[in-house]
Design a protein around this ligand. Sequence first.
Ligand code: ZN
Length: 327
Amino acid sequence: MFAGSKNAVEIGRKAGAANSMAMRQHTLKTAINCTGVGLHSGTKISMTLHPAEDGTGIVFRRVDIAGAGSVIPAHWSHVVDTRMCTVIGNDAKVTIGTIEHLMAAFAGMGVDNAIVEINGGEIPVMDGSAAPFVFLMECAGITEQDAPRRAIKILKKVSVRDGDKTATLYPASDGFAVDFGIAFAAAAVAHQSYTFSFSGPAFAAEISRARTFGFLEEVAQLQAAGLARGGSLDNAVVVSGDRILNEEGLRFDDEFVRHKILDAVGDLYLAGHPMIGRFQAHCSGHAINNRLLRQLFADPTAWTIVDDVAANESLSSWRIVPRRAMA
Ligand SMILES: [Zn+2]
């Protein structure tokens, strides 16, 4: 079986030389830094995104903590808290929170490998969306590497439910599509649904700018619990009933559901690779997104790794610039 898989990769590589749709892993061209506040901690944080070798994946490192305990891979199995944001941690009890918007940007920009160095326990919230991270990655540049890109292909339906909240992964012949619905009591949000067919440019245009949101009535409660200390109208849409409190209003009429898709794209990238399949959700959040991945990977018959990427055109949707356009 292993010999067969290797042959498939070899054949894929050879085909890749002649196939204009060959897909390889990508990383950043150079390191790039930003600073900002943590949404929940309210503290100022410095973060640097570094290029990384083929096969590294996305790896976080706390530079304020010495030794091997400072490293946390961006992987579903390292998720330790999902109540307000997605938090990853390791055996040394070191954690990093609010990784989902940065992870969504990596997914959207087609970055397979990067090392994220950070001097605190939370990714800066920036403007509450993934757009500043997309901009950072565009400034650093994205470069192709030698190894073929790997993807996770969904082979059968996997579903989780918590009351009226649901999330399901379905097989698809190619690409990655998201079908998301939300329902909130606040009239300014109410019912929204959005279908999104994943590609880098579509992520940047339709999803990356959608900001996180909260309800005025919950802000005092959150802050009393030590959360949302860095939250402000500069980094979140704040809703009260039928009113949006931000002076500039919304970036999209349906910014709320678009942001839920942004969160899901980031959470699902903790699978470790892009996915080939369809994600359908109703009122899903970080907890259910993580439960879905745990359920998926608990069943080896529900997924497979596609490493013959050169022969698989479906993954071309993960490229920002199609290879044929560059040729
Ligand atoms: Zn979010």
